[in-house]
Design a protein around this ligand. Structure first.
Ligand SMILES: *Cc1c(COP(=O)(O)O)cnc(C)c1O
Length: 220
């Protein structure tokens, strides 16, 4: 088993390498370490190595793990990358610094209300169902313009688009499509690329790569 430290170094090197090929600056790509299902001590090892941006996919799990870690490291940047139920919007706005899974009108409404109540603006990515897969989260491609309009009117800050390509298909065309969709909608943020394909994602414009397994090892 590789240690978390050497894994982190390897992923950082991969990011730097992809950036150099793409003519991009490594600082323009944010590594979001996906710590879902990982125990506190595994997360603490990455924090000790200087990693500060983390992603969780469930509000309740994050609430159980992160308050303790945030006491020890007060500059953590915590992202939500999993589906969010509207009745958890208040909790999500209180805990997370960024939400990658805004995907439907009712959630825009719930987040607008929660941000207003908390007096705290949390930047969001709109998740797009790029593979048009029935079982996956994300708004339909055709529904994106209306959702962005609604978010603008409700003062929910949208900074980019997020997507998860279908499994076992070459992801590059999906990344290229999301890149263009973000450009067409005047959005700078692009959240795509995971352990198996983050270098490809960076070459195709990703600003946020969400990497779990390559940092922590396989999830139990
Ligand atoms: C789990 C997860 C990841 C990380 O996947 P790995 O293959 O472990 O890197 C990225 N994004 C989302 C939305 C996830 O749920």
């Amino acid at each position: 088993m590789k240690s978390a430290a050497s894994s982190l170094e390897q992923v950082r090197e991969g990011i730097t390498h992809a950036c150099s090929i793409a003519g991009r600056r490594p600082n323009d790509v944010t590594l979001v370490a996906i710590s879902k299902t990982q125990p506190i001590d595994a997360i603490a090892r990455l924090l000790e190595q200087g990693q500060r941006v983390f992603g969780e996919n469930r509000v309740q799990e994050a609430e159980a793990k992160w308050p303790e870690l945030c006491e020890r490291w007060d500059d953590v940047d915590l992202h939500l990358v999993g589906q969010l139920q509207s009745n958890k919007a208040d909790d999500a706005v209180a805990l997370f610094d960024c939400i990658h899974s805004l995907d439907r009108p009712s959630l825009v409404t719930a987040l607008a209300r929660a941000m207003d109540k908390a007096g705290r603006q949390v930047p969001c990515f709109v998740q797009v169902n790029i593979g048009e897969e029935e079982q996956k989260g994300g708004c339909a491609i055709a529904d994106l313009p209306a959702l962005l309009d609604q978010a603008r009117q409700a003062d929910v800050p949208v900074i980019g688009l997020m997507g998860v390509p279908p499994l076992d298909i070459e992801p590059a065309p999906f990344f290229a499509f999301l890149d263009k969709l973000a450009s067409d909608n005047g959005l700078a943020g692009r959240s795509y690329g995971m352990s198996g394909d983050y270098e490809t994602a960076i070459m195709l414009g990703a600003t946020h790569v969400r990497v779990g397994t390559a940092l922590f090892g396989a999830r139990g």
